[in-house]
Design a protein. Structure first.
Lengths: 521, 302
């Protein structure tokens, strides 16, 4: 058996290596000028971005073990950034030599070639300075530098809870049935990108080396797509988190699957739960790593023990994922993630997506009772027509206890609230069975079984907006700005009259938005 | 818009009244006393051209501030005579001096035309109305006008050129609900039906242009029933409202026979503040359900 497993590991590794991209060099550097404008330079940089830092070609993972450890350190230390990394943007016209000069200001100078482009920003390691806030501060003072920030870690906006079935009160609250009368599930020409922990797109067993409590073992882990999302509607996605390019997207958390299910889970098929735009196509984009993702990286590197920390999404992966989704023709992008700390690169990434015709829904954050600081990328929603920041309400149409009010909420949607109806107050979808992969309790997880899952968070509210946006796109509203305007105009005003920080324009009303306007009313 | 309409209406009515002048009767007067002077100018200081005997009949050409300009029919002699020195030749023939009114000369008092009898007509009309809220209706229905069909009653000749009418019309348009954003209208494909049911009641003034033709102007009140219904509407989301406005019209009437009359009419209707609170009319800042229309009317009756 062990020989078989080893063979599978080798086969999988070989497949990943074969599918990996060639080591594309930085086109802008070849020209000797650091071009901060997006295309065509960005395209070249993103091609290079397919290779992760320090990859030698031996590991199938996009993330190095060192970086996984950094994630663990950040997570266990409740740090909001990846230690030893900064994102830096240079002023227009700055040459590679000038960029190198700026980077030489660090305690241990690094070459621009050691970095990796993410949009207009260069992700550079700072080996001599573990604290990226200090490193970013040094770089920000250099005349060649436009801005420099730590590579912040964003977190998913939904704590997992016990599985269980419940009624989807949330769809009634936004009158999704009324919207389905007008547009039954939308149309398949709408491509919805879920930029998240991924949504498993293949049915396959893969062998990974895992720490099973006492030793490292080769473990065969089965994966399967959500049976309640027709596979014909899943477009091949991209993994910006775990694996190098060409590998299938695998969700080893369940968050991305839950979010995607709210948007477009198959409906009226006698299985599981309903989704809003249930004819739309799904583009899974993995930018967030679960504990299992990080555990696999560490175990594959031969490190014994369990990963100690939470899952995380680094800015570089999120930025790349948003741009890539827009390039693939996604017309709706769901970002159910965020974290404190501003990052201007989000503005350009979001504008890039909108310019490509993609509407973007972003969760406001779940930290209302934990400081209620503004989070990125949600804080940029109000700046950009076609990007909406989403807050959460419970069954009684009042703000959920966790829903951030400082990020610039523009619209409210059901996100679940266990303080408003208990477990029945959560958002239920057909998702990965959490009992199969309960980190810390299960040593050999599986990700091929699905069940009804209840979650709460602004992560759960956001896909309601994305789903309605997909329906609107199906009805011919092809402008992200117009989609935002319609959703706001037809919202049910809650809280203070008019726009407020708790609910934005109010609770999204799917039917009213789809019905539009007559002459008089 | 209402001010423009008022000006148009006033001008039209004034024109009709002015045109009505020639209908006044021709006048003749009789000299009261002997040796009544006929003067060259309308002043006592003017030299007397001749003197008339009591009972002499004179034709009034013009009246001017207490004076008549008259003509002696036999000699064709003309001049001015003080109004107080003459009297009407017969009852109803007197001329009040000082109005400056032109009195056509005629050798004898004309025979009064027969007073027309009151006529009642049934009217059918068909026409088109170009919306004042053109952008709103164009967005939803794809057209900035509506066809209107209707019918009603007219009463003519109940006092000089005055006529009254009451017409009920109906228009029906179909389209689909939309959204408007930064200059672009997005059709959401939700079927919508719009109906107009205006009831116009008003007065007008007809002026004869010949034996068979009349021009006319008019105006009145319009009571508009406006309905806008669409699929997938919840309770209270469809529109069924009544609004009041006014209209002014002008046109030409041609009598095909004694009983059959054809009218061509231009009409301005204003129903202000009927829309514009919601819907795309709010986006376009349009609030009037009226418009500028043309219609052809066929009237049957005297």
């Amino acid at each position: 058996m062990s020989c078989r497993l080893a063979a599978i590991v080798l086969a999988v590794s070989a497949a990943f290596l074969a599918g990996g991209p060639p080591g594309t060099r930085l086109a802008a550097q070849d020209r000797g000028v650091v071009d901060r404008r997006p295309p065509p330079g960005v395209r070249a940089r993103e091609a290079r971005a397919e290779r992760e830092d320090g990859q030698t070609g031996r590991s199938p993972f996009r993330l190095s073990a060192e970086r996984a450890v950094a994630f663990a350190r950040a997570s266990s230390g409740r740090m909001n950034w990846v230690p030893g990394e900064v994102l830096v943007a240079f002023k227009p016209g700055v040459s590679t030599a000038q960029a190198a000069r700026a980077l030489s200001a660090l305690r241990e100078p690094v070459s621009p070639r050691a970095g990796r482009w993410v949009g207009e920003a260069l992700l550079v390691p700072t080996p001599g300075e573990d604290n990226p806030e200090l490193a970013a501060g040094i770089l920000a003072q250099q005349p060649e530098v436009l801005w420099a920030q730590p590579n912040y870690i964003r977190r998913l906006h939904a704590p997992a809870t016990d599985p269980g079935y419940g009624s989807q009160w949330n769809f009634t609250l936004i009158d999704a049935p009324g919207a389905w009368d007008i547009s039954p599930g939308g149309t398949s020409d709408v491509l919805v990108a879920v930029v998240d922990t991924g949504v498993t797109e293949v049915s396959r067993s893969l062998a990974f080396r895992l720490w099973t409590g006492q030793r490292l073992e080769n473990v065969l882990i089965p994966y399967a797509p959500n049976p309640d999302i027709a596979q014909s509607r899943i477009v091949q996605g991209r993994d910006f988190g775990l694996f190098d390019s060409g590998s299938p997207v695998l969700d080893m958390d369940g968050h991305g699957t839950h979010v995607a299910s709210t948007i477009l889970q198959s409906t009226n098929n006698g299985l599981g739960y309903a989704g809003i735009a249930y004819n739309a196509r799904l583009l899974p984009v993995k930018v967030c790593l679960s504990e299992w993702d990080l555990q696999m990286i560490l175990s594959s590197a031969g490190m014994p023990g369990y990963y100690e920390g939470d899952g995380a999404c680094s800015d570089d992966a999120v930025l790349a994922g948003v741009r890539w989704a827009a390039d693939q023709g996604a017309k709706v992008v769901n970002l159910s993630l965020g974290g404190v700390g501003a990052l201007p690169a989000y503005v350009s990434a979001l504008r890039y997506a909108v310019a490509k015709g993609a509407f973007v829904a972003i969760s406001a954050g779940n930290n209302y009772e934990d400081g209620n600081e503004a989070e990125a990328p949600a804080m940029y929603g109000r700046q950009i027509d076609g990007v909406m920041t989403v807050g959460a309400v419970g069954r009684s149409k009042t703000r959920a206890y966790y829903s951030n009010t400082a990020s610039g909420v523009e619209i409210a949607a059901p996100g679940g609230n266990t303080r408003d109806g208990g477990r029945a107050g959560m958002i239920f979808q057909y998702g990965l069975n959490p009992d199969d992969s309960d980190f810390g309790r299960v040593s050999k997880p599986r990700f091929d079984r699905y069940t009804g899952i209840g979650l709460e968070g602004t992560s759960m509210a956001t896909p309601h907006v994305a789903g309605v946006a997909a329906l609107l796109y199906s009805r011919g509203v092809r402008s992200p700005g117009a989609i935002e305007a319609i959703i706001k105009r037809h919202a049910q005003d809650l809280g203070q009259a008019g726009v407020d920080d708790e609910y934005g324009a109010g609770l999204i009303d799917a039917r009213a938005a789809l019905r539009g306007l007559g002459v008089a009313r | 818009m209402s001010r423009r309409l008022a000006v148009v209406l006033a001008a039209a009515v004034a024109l009709a009244l002015l045109e009505a002048g020639p209908a006044a009767a021709q006048e003749a007067v009789k000299v009261k006393a002997n040796r009544t002077p006929l003067r060259a100018e309308p002043t006592s200081a003017s030299a007397a051209v001749t003197f008339f005997q009591a009972g002499t009949t004179l034709q009034v050409i013009e009246s001017r501030e207490g004076w008549y300009r008259v003509r002696e029919p036999k000699t064709r002699l003309e001049g001015f005579i003080m109004a107080v020195l003459v009297e009407p030749l017969a009852a109803g023939g007197a001329v009040k001096p000082g109005a400056g009114r032109q009195v056509p000369a005629s050798p004898a008092r004309p025979k009064a035309p027969p007073k027309p009898s009151i006529g009642v007509r049934a009217v059918a009309d068909v026409g088109a109305v170009w919306f004042t809220a053109s952008e709103s209706f164009d967005a939803v229905t794809g057209s900035n006008r509506r066809m209107q069909y209707g019918g009603g009653l007219q009463v003519v000749n109940f006092w000089k050129g005055l006529f009254a009418e009451a017409i009920v019309g109906r228009s029906r348009l179909t389209g689909s609900r939309v959204v408007y954003y930064q200059g672009t209208t997005y059709d959401l494909g939700v079927p919508t039906t719009i109906t107009f049911t205006p009831v116009d009641a008003g007065l007008g003034w007809r002026v004869a242009l010949g034996k068979r033709a009349h021009s006319y102007v008019g105006g009145g009140v319009t009571l508009l029933q406006y309905r806008e219904t669409s699929d997938f509407a919840a309770d209270g989301e469809n529109v069924d409202e009544s609004h009041t406005g006014y209209y002014a019209c002008a046109g030409l009437e041609y009598s095909l026979t004694k009983w059959l009359h054809l009218r061509g009419e231009a009409r301005v209707t204003s129903v202000a503040n009927a829309i514009g609170q919601a819907g795309v009319s709010k986006d376009f800042e349009e609030n009037n359900l009226g418009g500028l229309g043309v219609a052809v009317k066929l009237a049957i009756g005297k």
